[in-house]
Design a protein around this ligand. Structure first.
Ligand code: NAD
Length: 259
């Protein structure tokens, strides 16, 4: 991966951070993005460099703002004049019945979890076409395929992201660029752990019951999906011998959507 330029949105925490660490270990050039104070970002940059990243560039684009995505890609184009791999990973959640769902929260989730990927893909394609090679990997969700109550914005955004994946894949297939969606079940990250209290309130059950009867019950394995399983899939999709895997969801959900 030494000469590969890899942009990972939302790579300051959870799944995105572990994807960045693996690419660092493989000596890639990494564009880091996500929220976090200077101290946290500095620490991550040092860690990625120590792991072996040949370059690390941080851009603080807030993905709910298209202009900031444009600025991030101007930086990528100016600095590297190419992009090999784009991982659209940033995502947020909010749990509420539709009647009480704050309008601005609903729209923010659609912007961050879906619309931002339209812009990153739009700007990534010309940079990938230059080298006639590219991998666009959208971190979608089991919620791209099935719904859960009280997560209307997230489910709508993730279904939309899978649709965008399919359409984009068809457009760029002949340029040796693949576009895929990884669809994980529940993974133990801040995104999940921070929604337990709100889910308990919406479902009128205890937090222990949310963990046991909602989260761990979703998959047939009754276990969290491990971050490593997602990272491994990302790397597999970046292999030259994964060029025919495009326009599809890669589901890693412990059997959740099989049931
Ligand atoms: P996380 O909360 O640990 O990380 C989310 C990342 O997105 C952070 O780096 C955060 O700074 C960034 N982010 C949030 N809002 C942003 C914004 N406006 N602009 C730029 N960056 C922003 O969450 P995670 O669980 O690692 O989630 C990563 C992805 O995986 C998300 O798309 C999520 O929907 C998806 N996913 C997670 C699970 C799960 O169970 N954790 C399951 C399926 C899919």
């Amino acid at each position: 991966m030494k000469n590969k330029v890899v942009a990972i949105t939302g790579s300051t925490s959870g799944i995105g951070l572990e994807i960045a660490k693996r690419f660092a270990y493989l000596n890639a050039k990494i564009i880091l993005n996500g929220l976090g104070n200077n101290e946290i970002i500095e620490k991550i940059i040092i860690e990625l460099k120590n792991l072996g990243a040949s370059e690390v560039l941080y851009h603080p684009a807030n993905l709910s703002q298209p202009i900031q995505i444009t600025e991030m890609f101007e930086l990528i184009a100016g600095k590297f004049n190419k992009l090999d791999i784009l991982v659209n990973n940033a995502g947020i959640q909010f749990v509420s019945p539709i009647e009480d769902f704050p309008d601005e929260k609903w729209e923010e989730i659609i912007r961050v979890n879906m619309i931002s990927s339209f812009y990153t893909i739009k700007y990534a394609i010309p940079l990938m076409k230059k080298n006639a090679w590219g991998r666009i990997i959208n971190i979608a969700s089991a919620h791209s395929l099935v719904a859960s109550p009280f997560k209307s914005a997230y489910v709508a955004a993730k279904h939309g992201l899978l649709g965008l994946t399919k359409a984009a894949a068809l457009e760029v297939a002949e340029h040796n660029i693949t576009v895929t969606a990884i669809c994980p079940g529940y993974v133990k990250t801040p995104l999940i752990m921070n929604q337990i209290a709100a889910t308990a309130k919406a479902r009128k059950i205890s937090e222990e019951e949310v963990l046991r009867d909602v989260i761990l019950k979703a998959g047939a394995t009754k276990k969290f999906v491990e971050i490593e399983e997602i990272v491994n899939m990302v790397i597999f999709l970046c292999d030259d011998k994964a060029g025919s895997i495009t326009g599809v969801p890669l589901v890693i959900d412990g059997g959740w959507t099989a049931g």
